[in-house]
Design a protein around this ligand. Structure first.
Ligand code: PAF
Length: 282
């Protein structure tokens, strides 16, 4: 695996190849990331991963400084997975001057759910993803970039950005990987202590129960079901931000006519000092 840090080095390494398959990460890799790399391999003639903890998507009070940085282990995992090129820019490589040009996704999609609780988050994500895609895919139409469904809203925002800007690549979704007890794999799971780790599966259990109740009782009483799901988690010691049933197509609340519409249950909640998110398509 070739490790490159600058955009020029990356373009040099990709020179002989025509169709990259790309996985963007912030490092601290787990099996969910590696599954994306494995999924990427047959989708291009060169498999590229990036590791970059993107300051732009962290609010000042969030965990940018303490976000786990596990460089050696990450390199070993990518190497073992058969990744060809690792792009690991320093901050000054990707942002040599303040990034004053930014991508602002539409408020209707980006200021709800995660964007409501993390204002500016999707501006930071969209901006860095646009830049990473420009670094990897410039002059190489027909490649693929893989994004996990675990970050459901992020996947949707990136997919629409690529579509609206007519970027010459396809966005390919990857399924969420779960631990044996059902907890969605996430770099932030590493923040949980032993008791919290045992409790953490209750987020996905609450989403599942909410989805089943919504399907069984119909969409008219959804507000009450969502409130009840939040209360159930609160009673277990969580601080939920949202547990909600949305339409998969636009992440807006379904109305009574949407009974046959594909839906997704999304949730975010804090356990101790760790904020976890998860979702379940129903
Ligand atoms: O999902 C992530 O790890 C990040 O949001 C991403 C897509 C790598 C952008 O920094």
């Amino acid at each position: 695996m070739k490790i490159v840090h600058t955009i020029a080095e990356l373009r040099g390494a990709l020179g002989p190849f025509k169709r990259p398959a790309f996985v963007a990460t912030m490092g601290n890799l787990h099996n969910g990331h590696i599954a994306l790399v494995n999924q990427a391999k047959p989708l291009g003639d060169v498999t590229v991963a990036s590791i970059f903890v993107n300051r732009l998507q962290f609010a000042p009070h969030e965990d940018f400084d303490t976000y786990p940085r596990t460089w050696e282990a990450d390199c070993e995992k990518l190497q073992a997975a058969g990744c060809d090129v690792l792009f690991a820019p320093r901050e000054t490589d990707l942002y040599p001057e303040p990034q004053t040009y930014k991508v602002h996704p539409p408020a209707g999609l980006a200021d709800i759910l995660e964007g409501h609780f993390r204002p500016g988050f999707f501006v930071g994500v969209s901006t860095v993803v646009m830049k990473l895609l420009a670094c990897v895919f410039a002059g190489k139409p027909g490649g693929n970039a893989l994004f996990g469904k675990k970050d459901y809203q992020q996947l949707m925002i990136v997919r629409r950005m690529v579509q609206q800007f007519a970027l010459p690549l396809a966005i390919v979704p990857g399924e969420t990987l779960r631990a044996a007890d059902g907890l969605a794999l996430s770099s932030r799971n590493g923040y949980l202590n032993v008791q919290e780790r045992a409790e953490a599966v209750h987020l996905s259990m609450a989403l599942k129960a909410l989805g089943e109740a919504a399907r069984a009782q119909g969409l008219d009483g959804l507000d009450a079901l969502e409130a009840q799901a939040m209360q159930t988690l609160s009673a277990r010691g969580w601080a939920p931000d949202y547990l909600t049933v949305r339409r998969r197509a636009d992440l807006l609340p379904p109305d009574s006519g949407d009974a046959a519409t594909p839906l997704v249950v999304l949730g975010a909640a804090r356990l101790g000092t760790t904020r976890l998110i998860d979702n379940l398509e129903i």
